[in-house]
Design a protein around this ligand. Sequence first.
Ligand code: ZN
Length: 248
Amino acid sequence: MTSPPLEVDPRSGRLLSSVPVSGDRRRHPAPAHLRFFHGPMDCGKSTLALQVDHNQSRQGRHGLLLTQGDRSGRPRITSRVGLRREAIDVADGTDLRGLVRGHWAEGHRVDYLIVDEAQFLTAAQVDQLAELVDEWHVDVYAFGLTTDFRTRLFPGTQRLLEVADDVQRIQVEVLCWCGLPGLLNARVVDGAMVREGETVVVADTAPTPAPGEPSPEEDVHYQVLCRRHHVLGRLGPTPAGPGQLAFP
Ligand SMILES: [Zn+2]
């Protein structure tokens, strides 16, 4: 048996023999990646999540769709443009490695994960995703909100920013009422913007009542604003109109 001829880079003079030849790929599986896409509410992240799933499955790959905090009773990823797919609802305590291994044990392939509402993941769950990528070569595509209504990073978002291989801010399609890109989420209670309170698990796709229309329970909804109008607490163009923060 003869060894393959040694190749030498003509410029550096270095041996190239350590470069795996093409038939070697199975022993050196293509590395998987943890990718995180984030943006404000209404930025189209669920649509992007479903598009990525579509592209992956068209290549014959098999994926699992996960979501968090879906209160509809039938977990699914729903986009505002009308697409939807059934999804697995993840609780705080769910071990995502165990979830994937369970599917493997049942004989199902899992090549990739789509994780929507990833802002609600715990830091430990994000680390579990990283382990699935590194040790099990599962590609992970996570989608989440950047900041809560207090303009602070969500816990899952923070951990993903820390450890993801690739982070992309979703090109903003949503505008503040003034026409500038909307970057921040405002919580509006009874027509006024609030900055205090708990981060509540509300799916990004929860229906937002139209202007002037009361929401079904208490009058709480979210509105996307540019940074300046988030700082000023201006929810609309009328300076003295309702919905303004009262300044002393
Ligand atoms: Zn604005």
